[in-house]
Design a binder for this molecule. Sequence first.
Ligand SMILES: CC(C)(COP(=O)(O)OP(=O)(O)OC[C@H]1O[C@@H](n2cnc3c(N)ncnc32)[C@H](O)[C@@H]1OP(=O)(O)O)[C@@H](O)C(=O)NCCC(=O)NCCS
Length: 158
Amino acid sequence: MSRIFSLTELREGGPQDLPAVARIMQDAFDPRYGEAWTSAQCMGMLSLPGVWLTIASIDEADIGFALARVAGPEAELLLLATRPAARGRGVGGALLRAVIAEATGRGVIDLHLEVRAGNDAVRLYRREGFGKVGERRDYYRGNAGQLFDAQTFSRKLR
Ligand SMILES: CC(C)(COP(=O)(O)OP(=O)(O)OC[C@H]1O[C@@H](n2cnc3c(N)ncnc32)[C@H](O)[C@@H]1OP(=O)(O)O)[C@@H](O)C(=O)NCCC(=O)NCCS
């Protein structure tokens, strides 16, 4: 009998997962908008205290990740991505809720994130209880030099 549903599995990632993260990121982010990070940026960030990586996989293939950082009562979702072929199946939502749960467990009160104005991900963030709290002009620089505004979203965890 063939399987109809494949479960998303989440696990904590580490430096050994950075090549997979780079592949997912390259696949997921449109270079026009300048939202993706370099591998060196990811590696540098992951080595800082309070930073954690969550990897999502389906049928043992890594298809998404979230990178977040906690500092005292505040945390920030730094990156969230799902491979295009695996989108719309709840992977991004599962990763986001895992970040919320981990941050809550670490005593975080406010969880923030920045997202490019116009990114469809805003819908996911609103659905998970985030509200817009600010704007940052010209925050992202695309591969052709164009600048894109960011919006700051936040959610209280307690
Ligand atoms: C945002 C992102 C992580 C969502 O991943 P996902 O696995 O499709 O997420 P889910 O299936 O849990 O939820 C999909 C929701 O996100 C929204 N969404 C955003 N981009 C989408 C896309 N390209 N395809 C499908 N849904 C998308 C949909 O509106 C959907 O909301 P709905 O269920 O109310 O219709 C994914 O689209 C992505 O990797 N985008 C590129 C990277 C990015 O911009 N990340 C966010 C900023 S760091």
